[in-house]
Design a protein around this ligand. Structure first.
Ligand SMILES: Nc1nc2c(ncn2[C@@H]2O[C@H](COP(=O)(O)OP(=O)(O)OP(=O)(O)O)[C@@H](O)[C@H]2O)c(=O)[nH]1
Length: 248
């Protein structure tokens, strides 16, 4: 597949075709539970929308692509849903680790879930706190835009929040519109690809050494075989649909 946008080209290849180590672009996707994080990641990487997923335990997905002639590996960390508690938020250890690992962060809420919108401000603060001196690029995604009758977050509120946080905003539907989802991730990838790759020998840029940790120690290990796992789930979903059709 070849995509051209703003003079930047991205060509996707099956990961198995290449063995040479590439530059990696690492993206962490964070947000409340059930907002569609997995659906968005899978849609971006495979073009497919699969309705049902197991509850996310923190999978790492990757895909080989070519950006402006440079072969890169896009790695997307799908984090478990953060939840609001009386004391703040929970399930944040994994989220914090993902932020420190990532080159960029995608914050996600669902337009059908007011609490997921209210959570964004706290998650953004967590990104600021976890990033030290090297704040990564952040984009805000409002998902499930197709569910008009269930909307609980007004369409003007997303852009206002994004403006306050200083990040780009996209309202998307993982289920209905691949181009919207792809466009949002694509622009982020192009932005990251234009940045110079980190020098492996460079010293930490902050007293906490967050930058150095981001590149090395805190890389979460994949908890599933990524594309293999995706293919297995897709086959399961297909065969379930075939069973439903044949039994009607
Ligand atoms: N209608 C509609 N449903 C969606 C959309 N995106 C996701 N869903 C549904 O929302 C539910 C939750 O999606 P997931 O991708 O599992 O959400 P998640 O944020 O990864 O959830 P956790 O693993 O609990 O953190 C699933 O039933 C999806 O089919 C969308 O754009 N439109």
């Amino acid at each position: 597949m070849r995509l051209i946008q703003n003079m930047t080209t991205i060509t996707e290849y099956p990961a198995s075709e290449y063995s040479a180590p590439n530059r990696a672009i690492k993206i962490a996707v964070i947000g409340g539970s059930g907002v569609g994080k997995t659906a968005l990641v899978v849609r971006f990487l495979t073009k497919r929308f699969i309705g049902d997923y197991e509850r996310n335990a923190g999978n790492l997905y990757s895909r080989e692509v070519q950006v402006d002639g440079e072969q890169v590996t896009i790695q997307v960390q799908d984090t478990p849903g953060a939840q609001m508690t009386d004391n703040g938020t929970s399930l944040l250890d994994h989220v914090t680790c993902s932020i420190q690992w990532a080159d960029a962060v995608v914050l996600v809420y669902s337009v059908t879930d007011r609490s997921s919108f209210d959570l964004i401000d706290q998650l953004h603060q967590l990104v600021v706190r976890s990033s030290g001196a090297s704040m990564p690029p952040v984009i805000l995604l409002a998902n499930k835009a197709d569910l008009l009758h269930l909307r609980r977050v007004d369409s003007q509120q997303g852009p206002i929040l994004a403006g306050n946080l200083g990040c780009s905003f996209y309202e998307v539907s993982a289920s209905e519109d691949y181009n919207q989802v792809h466009g949002a991730f694509h622009r982020l990838c192009c932005q990251l690809a234009k940045q110079p790759p980190p020098a492996s020998s460079s010293p930490p840029t902050s007293a906490t050494g967050v930058t150095e940790k981001r590149r090395s120690l805190l890389i979460p290990r994949p908890k599933s075989p990524n594309m293999q796992d995706l293919k297995r789930r897709f086959k399961q979903a297909l065969s379930a649909k075939v069973r439903t059709v044949t039994s009607v």
